[in-house]
Design a protein. Sequence first.
Length: 227
Amino acid sequence: MKFVAFERAKQGTGASRRLRISGKTPGIVYGGEATPQLIEIDHNALWHALKKEAFHASVLEMDLGGTVSKVLLRDVQYHPFRQLVQHIDFQRVDARTRMTMKVPLHFKGEEESDAVKLEQNLVSHVTTELEVNCLPAELPEFIEVDLSGLKKNGTVTLKDIKLPRGVRWVSHGKANPVLASATPPAAEEVDPVVEGAEAAAAAPAAPAGKGGKAAPAKTAAKPAAKK
């Protein structure tokens, strides 16, 4: 995925504010053997690019002054309540150096699984992204997780899927994380108060007395007075 950036000469709070007013987003690109470079990007183009999953999880091509370099998105700062990107960071990529990146998981096949098709289980996506380590050329845009073999009350873990060639999972001490799980739907509970009210409404009405008025309901007999 490719985007265009421009060199930014001025820095500081005031300069960045004026840049945002003009429809640009201040940023920086760093890493590799080159010195950090201040950049600016058209805000509208950047806003639409950030809506795409690939912009967050793949090696990007940055055109800066006619020179194209490989970079990764490393940080985005949003305005707390406005649709505004306040600042953005990119890191240069060295083709010979392994890197660590979070990659989204794409789930498929849950509707064909026994857990859903036969048992009406509910499937939860417990983990939605994996942190992996690989060379830039081997970085996948996403990792596919097949749930078609999911059974009743079952789980799919990291060991159940095959990672792309050259891609290693960064464990952070976790042995085999659960990626998805199937659970039975919660049983519906009937409110006893509502159930009693429905029974009373369904009971036959007392026969009408003389004059077309309904006969009064019988009341319990009062106990005899003590002598």
